[in-house]
Ligand binder design. Structure first.
Ligand code: MRU
Length: 370
Protein backbone atom coordinates (compact mmCIF):
# COMPACT_ATOMS: atom_id res chain seq x y z
CA UNK A 1 0.00 0.00 0.00
CA UNK A 2 1.02 3.61 -0.33
CA UNK A 3 3.28 5.54 2.03
CA UNK A 4 4.05 8.92 0.49
CA UNK A 5 3.47 7.52 -2.97
CA UNK A 6 5.75 4.51 -2.41
CA UNK A 7 4.35 0.97 -2.36
CA UNK A 8 5.34 -0.77 0.87
CA UNK A 9 4.75 -3.99 2.74
CA UNK A 10 4.79 -4.42 6.50
CA UNK A 11 7.60 -7.00 6.66
CA UNK A 12 10.62 -7.80 4.47
CA UNK A 13 13.94 -9.62 4.51
CA UNK A 14 17.19 -7.73 5.05
CA UNK A 15 20.81 -8.83 4.54
CA UNK A 16 19.67 -11.84 2.52
CA UNK A 17 17.55 -13.01 5.45
CA UNK A 18 19.97 -12.45 8.36
CA UNK A 19 17.43 -9.97 9.75
CA UNK A 20 13.84 -8.90 9.05
CA UNK A 21 12.62 -5.37 8.56
CA UNK A 22 9.28 -4.19 9.93
CA UNK A 23 7.38 -0.95 10.37
CA UNK A 24 7.39 0.06 14.06
CA UNK A 25 3.65 0.35 14.67
CA UNK A 26 4.10 1.70 18.22
CA UNK A 27 5.30 4.98 16.64
CA UNK A 28 2.36 5.46 14.27
CA UNK A 29 0.69 7.71 13.28
CA UNK A 30 3.27 10.22 14.49
CA UNK A 31 6.51 8.76 13.13
CA UNK A 32 6.95 6.35 10.23
CA UNK A 33 9.99 4.35 11.32
CA UNK A 34 11.27 0.90 10.54
CA UNK A 35 13.13 -1.61 12.70
CA UNK A 36 15.54 -4.42 11.99
CA UNK A 37 14.82 -7.60 13.93
CA UNK A 38 17.76 -9.90 14.54
CA UNK A 39 17.45 -13.16 16.43
CA UNK A 40 14.66 -15.09 18.07
CA UNK A 41 14.36 -12.80 21.11
CA UNK A 42 13.96 -9.76 18.85
CA UNK A 43 11.12 -11.41 16.95
CA UNK A 44 9.35 -12.48 20.15
CA UNK A 45 9.74 -9.01 21.64
CA UNK A 46 8.41 -7.29 18.49
CA UNK A 47 5.25 -9.41 18.66
CA UNK A 48 4.60 -9.10 22.41
CA UNK A 49 5.22 -5.33 22.53
CA UNK A 50 3.07 -4.86 19.40
CA UNK A 51 5.77 -3.33 17.22
CA UNK A 52 4.03 -5.71 14.82
CA UNK A 53 0.43 -6.73 15.44
CA UNK A 54 -2.68 -7.98 13.64
CA UNK A 55 -3.28 -11.72 13.36
CA UNK A 56 -1.81 -12.39 9.87
CA UNK A 57 1.29 -10.23 10.46
CA UNK A 58 1.89 -11.87 13.85
CA UNK A 59 1.86 -15.23 12.04
CA UNK A 60 4.36 -14.14 9.37
CA UNK A 61 6.65 -12.55 11.98
CA UNK A 62 6.55 -15.76 14.01
CA UNK A 63 7.47 -17.79 10.93
CA UNK A 64 10.48 -15.55 10.25
CA UNK A 65 11.31 -15.70 13.97
CA UNK A 66 11.74 -19.48 13.65
CA UNK A 67 14.06 -18.86 10.69
CA UNK A 68 16.19 -16.49 12.80
CA UNK A 69 16.31 -19.03 15.65
CA UNK A 70 17.44 -21.81 13.30
CA UNK A 71 20.19 -19.60 11.82
CA UNK A 72 21.67 -19.40 15.33
CA UNK A 73 21.08 -23.02 16.35
CA UNK A 74 19.38 -25.49 13.99
CA UNK A 75 19.12 -28.36 16.53
CA UNK A 76 15.87 -30.14 17.50
CA UNK A 77 16.04 -28.55 20.96
CA UNK A 78 16.37 -25.07 19.51
CA UNK A 79 13.44 -25.64 17.15
CA UNK A 80 11.20 -26.83 20.01
CA UNK A 81 12.22 -23.99 22.35
CA UNK A 82 11.81 -21.31 19.68
CA UNK A 83 8.37 -22.66 18.76
CA UNK A 84 7.25 -22.45 22.39
CA UNK A 85 8.73 -18.99 22.97
CA UNK A 86 7.12 -17.47 19.88
CA UNK A 87 3.79 -19.25 20.36
CA UNK A 88 3.49 -17.80 23.88
CA UNK A 89 3.91 -14.17 22.77
CA UNK A 90 0.24 -13.56 21.95
CA UNK A 91 -2.27 -16.31 22.74
CA UNK A 92 -5.45 -15.30 20.88
CA UNK A 93 -4.48 -14.98 17.20
CA UNK A 94 -4.45 -18.53 15.85
CA UNK A 95 -2.45 -17.46 12.79
CA UNK A 96 0.64 -17.52 14.99
CA UNK A 97 0.30 -21.20 15.93
CA UNK A 98 -0.75 -22.03 12.34
CA UNK A 99 2.33 -20.36 10.82
CA UNK A 100 4.72 -21.84 13.38
CA UNK A 101 3.30 -25.32 12.82
CA UNK A 102 3.67 -24.88 9.06
CA UNK A 103 7.35 -23.96 9.32
CA UNK A 104 8.07 -26.68 11.89
CA UNK A 105 6.44 -29.32 9.67
CA UNK A 106 8.65 -28.25 6.74
CA UNK A 107 11.95 -28.26 8.62
CA UNK A 108 11.68 -30.94 11.33
CA UNK A 109 12.54 -33.84 9.00
CA UNK A 110 15.54 -32.08 7.41
CA UNK A 111 19.21 -32.28 8.44
CA UNK A 112 19.89 -29.34 10.80
CA UNK A 113 22.18 -27.61 8.30
CA UNK A 114 19.30 -27.22 5.83
CA UNK A 115 16.65 -26.03 8.28
CA UNK A 116 17.21 -22.25 8.30
CA UNK A 117 17.02 -22.02 4.49
CA UNK A 118 13.87 -24.17 4.42
CA UNK A 119 12.29 -22.01 7.15
CA UNK A 120 13.09 -18.90 5.12
CA UNK A 121 11.39 -20.36 2.06
CA UNK A 122 8.29 -21.44 4.00
CA UNK A 123 7.96 -18.11 5.85
CA UNK A 124 8.30 -16.34 2.50
CA UNK A 125 5.57 -18.54 1.04
CA UNK A 126 3.27 -17.76 3.99
CA UNK A 127 3.87 -14.03 3.43
CA UNK A 128 3.14 -14.24 -0.30
CA UNK A 129 0.00 -16.32 0.27
CA UNK A 130 -1.19 -13.75 2.81
CA UNK A 131 -0.93 -10.98 0.22
CA UNK A 132 -2.86 -13.05 -2.33
CA UNK A 133 -5.56 -14.05 0.18
CA UNK A 134 -6.08 -10.48 1.34
CA UNK A 135 -6.30 -9.19 -2.24
CA UNK A 136 -8.92 -11.85 -2.95
CA UNK A 137 -10.89 -10.96 0.20
CA UNK A 138 -10.88 -7.44 -1.17
CA UNK A 139 -12.42 -8.53 -4.47
CA UNK A 140 -15.19 -10.53 -2.80
CA UNK A 141 -15.88 -7.73 -0.31
CA UNK A 142 -15.98 -5.19 -3.15
CA UNK A 143 -18.90 -7.12 -4.67
CA UNK A 144 -20.70 -7.10 -1.31
CA UNK A 145 -20.28 -3.32 -1.03
CA UNK A 146 -21.37 -2.76 -4.65
CA UNK A 147 -24.54 -4.78 -4.03
CA UNK A 148 -25.25 -2.88 -0.79
CA UNK A 149 -24.77 0.47 -2.52
CA UNK A 150 -27.04 -0.50 -5.42
CA UNK A 151 -29.78 -1.79 -3.10
CA UNK A 152 -30.20 1.54 -1.30
CA UNK A 153 -33.36 3.55 -1.95
CA UNK A 154 -33.31 6.05 -4.83
CA UNK A 155 -32.95 9.07 -2.52
CA UNK A 156 -29.75 7.58 -1.01
CA UNK A 157 -28.09 6.76 -4.32
CA UNK A 158 -25.14 9.09 -4.88
CA UNK A 159 -24.54 9.48 -1.15
CA UNK A 160 -21.47 7.77 0.33
CA UNK A 161 -21.78 4.18 1.48
CA UNK A 162 -21.07 4.49 5.20
CA UNK A 163 -19.03 1.59 6.57
CA UNK A 164 -17.99 1.28 10.22
CA UNK A 165 -14.87 -0.63 11.28
CA UNK A 166 -13.28 -1.47 14.62
CA UNK A 167 -9.56 -1.76 15.46
CA UNK A 168 -7.12 -2.11 12.56
CA UNK A 169 -7.63 -4.96 10.12
CA UNK A 170 -5.83 -3.12 7.35
CA UNK A 171 -2.53 -3.62 5.58
CA UNK A 172 -0.64 -2.90 8.82
CA UNK A 173 -2.30 -5.98 10.34
CA UNK A 174 -1.29 -8.20 7.42
CA UNK A 175 1.56 -8.20 4.87
CA UNK A 176 -0.41 -6.05 2.42
CA UNK A 177 -4.04 -5.02 1.69
CA UNK A 178 -5.55 -6.08 5.03
CA UNK A 179 -8.66 -8.15 5.65
CA UNK A 180 -11.55 -5.85 6.63
CA UNK A 181 -9.97 -2.84 4.92
CA UNK A 182 -9.14 -4.66 1.67
CA UNK A 183 -12.75 -4.37 0.37
CA UNK A 184 -12.70 -0.69 1.33
CA UNK A 185 -9.50 -0.05 -0.64
CA UNK A 186 -10.81 -2.01 -3.63
CA UNK A 187 -14.11 -0.11 -3.50
CA UNK A 188 -12.38 3.27 -3.27
CA UNK A 189 -10.08 2.42 -6.19
CA UNK A 190 -13.10 1.18 -8.20
CA UNK A 191 -14.73 4.59 -7.78
CA UNK A 192 -17.42 3.62 -5.25
CA UNK A 193 -18.33 6.58 -3.07
CA UNK A 194 -17.37 5.20 0.34
CA UNK A 195 -16.88 6.77 3.77
CA UNK A 196 -15.50 4.94 6.81
CA UNK A 197 -16.47 5.48 10.45
CA UNK A 198 -13.31 4.55 12.37
CA UNK A 199 -13.80 3.35 15.97
CA UNK A 200 -10.90 4.75 18.00
CA UNK A 201 -10.55 1.31 19.68
CA UNK A 202 -9.47 1.90 23.23
CA UNK A 203 -7.31 1.03 24.99
CA UNK A 204 -4.52 1.00 22.37
CA UNK A 205 -6.36 3.10 19.81
CA UNK A 206 -5.52 1.00 16.75
CA UNK A 207 -8.46 2.63 14.95
CA UNK A 208 -7.55 6.24 15.72
CA UNK A 209 -3.85 5.73 15.11
CA UNK A 210 -3.44 2.94 12.54
CA UNK A 211 -6.70 2.65 10.56
CA UNK A 212 -6.99 6.44 10.26
CA UNK A 213 -3.32 6.60 9.16
CA UNK A 214 -3.84 3.95 6.48
CA UNK A 215 -7.08 5.40 5.14
CA UNK A 216 -5.55 8.88 5.04
CA UNK A 217 -2.53 7.66 3.05
CA UNK A 218 -4.84 5.94 0.56
CA UNK A 219 -7.12 8.98 0.33
CA UNK A 220 -10.22 7.18 1.62
CA UNK A 221 -12.73 9.57 3.28
CA UNK A 222 -13.04 8.67 6.96
CA UNK A 223 -14.07 10.03 10.34
CA UNK A 224 -12.76 8.87 13.71
CA UNK A 225 -15.42 8.29 16.39
CA UNK A 226 -15.24 7.23 20.02
CA UNK A 227 -16.02 3.58 20.58
CA UNK A 228 -19.38 4.41 22.15
CA UNK A 229 -20.74 6.35 19.15
CA UNK A 230 -21.44 3.45 16.78
CA UNK A 231 -24.82 2.42 18.25
CA UNK A 232 -26.10 5.98 18.05
CA UNK A 233 -25.01 6.31 14.42
CA UNK A 234 -26.72 3.03 13.55
CA UNK A 235 -29.99 4.16 15.17
CA UNK A 236 -29.93 7.23 12.92
CA UNK A 237 -29.32 5.38 9.64
CA UNK A 238 -25.74 6.60 9.33
CA UNK A 239 -24.13 3.15 9.03
CA UNK A 240 -24.82 0.97 5.97
CA UNK A 241 -22.55 -1.88 7.07
CA UNK A 242 -20.01 -2.91 9.69
CA UNK A 243 -16.88 -4.81 8.65
CA UNK A 244 -14.19 -6.13 11.01
CA UNK A 245 -11.37 -8.67 11.03
CA UNK A 246 -10.88 -11.65 13.32
CA UNK A 247 -8.00 -13.19 15.26
CA UNK A 248 -9.61 -16.60 15.48
CA UNK A 249 -12.72 -18.00 13.83
CA UNK A 250 -14.25 -21.23 15.09
CA UNK A 251 -15.40 -23.95 12.69
CA UNK A 252 -18.95 -22.90 13.65
CA UNK A 253 -18.42 -19.26 12.60
CA UNK A 254 -17.91 -17.55 15.97
CA UNK A 255 -15.33 -14.77 15.60
CA UNK A 256 -12.87 -13.43 18.14
CA UNK A 257 -11.70 -9.90 17.47
CA UNK A 258 -10.53 -6.77 19.28
CA UNK A 259 -12.37 -6.00 22.51
CA UNK A 260 -15.56 -4.07 21.73
CA UNK A 261 -16.37 -5.91 18.51
CA UNK A 262 -19.16 -7.87 20.23
CA UNK A 263 -20.91 -4.66 21.32
CA UNK A 264 -20.83 -3.40 17.72
CA UNK A 265 -22.35 -6.67 16.53
CA UNK A 266 -25.15 -6.38 19.10
CA UNK A 267 -25.91 -2.81 18.03
CA UNK A 268 -25.82 -3.80 14.34
CA UNK A 269 -28.20 -6.70 14.98
CA UNK A 270 -30.63 -4.46 16.87
CA UNK A 271 -30.64 -1.93 14.04
CA UNK A 272 -30.74 -4.27 11.05
CA UNK A 273 -27.25 -3.21 9.92
CA UNK A 274 -25.28 -6.00 8.16
CA UNK A 275 -22.24 -7.12 10.16
CA UNK A 276 -19.46 -8.66 8.03
CA UNK A 277 -16.27 -10.36 9.15
CA UNK A 278 -13.35 -10.59 6.71
CA UNK A 279 -10.82 -13.39 7.15
CA UNK A 280 -8.24 -15.56 5.43
CA UNK A 281 -8.22 -19.35 5.92
CA UNK A 282 -5.24 -18.98 8.29
CA UNK A 283 -7.59 -17.48 10.89
CA UNK A 284 -9.90 -20.49 11.12
CA UNK A 285 -9.36 -22.79 14.09
CA UNK A 286 -11.05 -26.03 13.00
CA UNK A 287 -10.44 -27.56 16.45
CA UNK A 288 -12.81 -25.18 18.24
CA UNK A 289 -16.62 -25.15 18.12
CA UNK A 290 -17.59 -22.73 20.92
CA UNK A 291 -15.70 -19.45 20.74
CA UNK A 292 -16.88 -17.99 24.05
CA UNK A 293 -15.93 -21.09 26.02
CA UNK A 294 -12.78 -22.16 24.20
CA UNK A 295 -10.82 -19.25 22.74
CA UNK A 296 -8.04 -18.00 25.06
CA UNK A 297 -8.43 -14.26 25.58
CA UNK A 298 -5.20 -12.31 26.02
CA UNK A 299 -5.18 -10.06 29.10
CA UNK A 300 -2.71 -7.23 28.58
CA UNK A 301 -1.22 -4.77 31.04
CA UNK A 302 -3.71 -2.64 33.01
CA UNK A 303 -1.43 0.31 32.23
CA UNK A 304 -2.93 0.35 28.71
CA UNK A 305 -6.27 1.22 30.38
CA UNK A 306 -5.06 3.62 33.06
CA UNK A 307 -2.73 5.53 30.73
CA UNK A 308 -2.80 6.77 27.14
CA UNK A 309 -0.11 7.74 24.61
CA UNK A 310 -0.30 10.77 22.36
CA UNK A 311 1.64 13.66 20.85
CA UNK A 312 1.99 16.89 22.80
CA UNK A 313 0.26 19.51 20.67
CA UNK A 314 1.50 22.80 22.15
CA UNK A 315 4.17 24.37 24.37
CA UNK A 316 7.90 23.76 24.42
CA UNK A 317 7.47 19.97 24.23
CA UNK A 318 5.15 20.16 21.18
CA UNK A 319 5.65 17.24 18.82
CA UNK A 320 7.05 14.87 21.42
CA UNK A 321 5.27 11.63 22.29
CA UNK A 322 4.05 11.37 25.86
CA UNK A 323 2.16 8.95 28.06
CA UNK A 324 -0.34 10.45 30.48
CA UNK A 325 -2.33 8.90 33.33
CA UNK A 326 -6.14 8.96 33.03
CA UNK A 327 -7.24 7.38 36.29
CA UNK A 328 -6.82 8.22 39.98
CA UNK A 329 -3.75 6.80 41.73
CA UNK A 330 -4.68 3.40 43.12
CA UNK A 331 -7.62 2.58 40.82
CA UNK A 332 -7.23 -0.87 39.31
CA UNK A 333 -7.59 -1.47 35.57
CA UNK A 334 -8.51 -4.66 33.73
CA UNK A 335 -7.60 -5.18 30.09
CA UNK A 336 -9.04 -8.15 28.17
CA UNK A 337 -7.77 -7.55 24.63
CA UNK A 338 -10.37 -9.51 22.63
CA UNK A 339 -14.00 -10.64 22.77
CA UNK A 340 -16.05 -13.23 20.94
CA UNK A 341 -18.97 -12.42 18.65
CA UNK A 342 -21.25 -15.45 18.29
CA UNK A 343 -21.97 -16.59 14.73
CA UNK A 344 -25.68 -15.70 15.07
CA UNK A 345 -24.72 -12.00 15.05
CA UNK A 346 -22.55 -12.25 11.91
CA UNK A 347 -24.34 -11.56 8.61
CA UNK A 348 -21.62 -13.24 6.50
CA UNK A 349 -17.96 -14.19 6.43
CA UNK A 350 -15.93 -12.69 3.58
CA UNK A 351 -12.99 -14.95 2.76
CA UNK A 352 -10.44 -15.38 -0.01
CA UNK A 353 -12.65 -18.14 -1.41
CA UNK A 354 -15.86 -16.13 -1.40
CA UNK A 355 -18.71 -15.14 0.90
CA UNK A 356 -20.24 -17.69 3.29
CA UNK A 357 -22.74 -17.94 6.11
CA UNK A 358 -21.13 -17.82 9.55
CA UNK A 359 -21.78 -21.48 10.29
CA UNK A 360 -20.12 -24.89 10.06
CA UNK A 361 -22.03 -25.55 6.80
CA UNK A 362 -20.98 -22.18 5.41
CA UNK A 363 -17.29 -22.72 6.16
CA UNK A 364 -17.32 -26.35 4.99
CA UNK A 365 -18.94 -25.19 1.74
CA UNK A 366 -15.85 -23.07 1.07
CA UNK A 367 -13.12 -25.19 2.65
CA UNK A 368 -14.51 -28.73 2.52
CA UNK A 369 -11.58 -29.83 0.36
CA UNK A 370 -8.93 -28.34 2.69
O1 MRU B 1 -4.25 -6.43 19.27
P1 MRU B 1 -4.13 -6.30 17.79
O2 MRU B 1 -3.87 -4.91 17.33
O3 MRU B 1 -3.14 -7.29 17.22
O4 MRU B 1 -5.56 -6.71 17.25
C1 MRU B 1 -5.81 -6.77 15.87
C2 MRU B 1 -7.22 -7.07 15.56
O5 MRU B 1 -8.04 -7.19 16.42
C3 MRU B 1 -7.56 -7.29 14.11
O6 MRU B 1 -8.89 -6.96 13.89
C4 MRU B 1 -7.35 -8.78 13.79
O7 MRU B 1 -6.04 -9.17 14.07
C5 MRU B 1 -7.68 -9.10 12.39
S1 MRU B 1 -6.41 -8.43 11.38
C6 MRU B 1 -6.45 -8.63 9.84
Amino acid sequence: MNIDGKARRTIWLEEGGRSIGVIDQTQLPYHFTTRSITGLDGAAEAISTMVVRGAPLIGVTGAYGLMLALQGDPSDGSLAAAFEQLNATRPTAVNLRWALERVRAKVAGLPPAERAEAAKAEAGAIAEEDVAMCASIGEHGLQVFQQLAAARPAERQGQPLNVLTHCNAGWLATVDWGTALAPIYKAHRAGLNIHVWVDETRPRNQGASLTAFELGREGVPHTVIVDNAGGHLMQHGQVDAVIVGTDRTTRTGDVCNKIGTYLKALAAHDNGVPFYVALPASTIDWTIGDGVAEIPIEARSSQEVTHIQGRISSGSAAGQLATVQLTPDGSAGFNPAFDVTPARLVSALITERGVAAASEEGLKGLYGDA
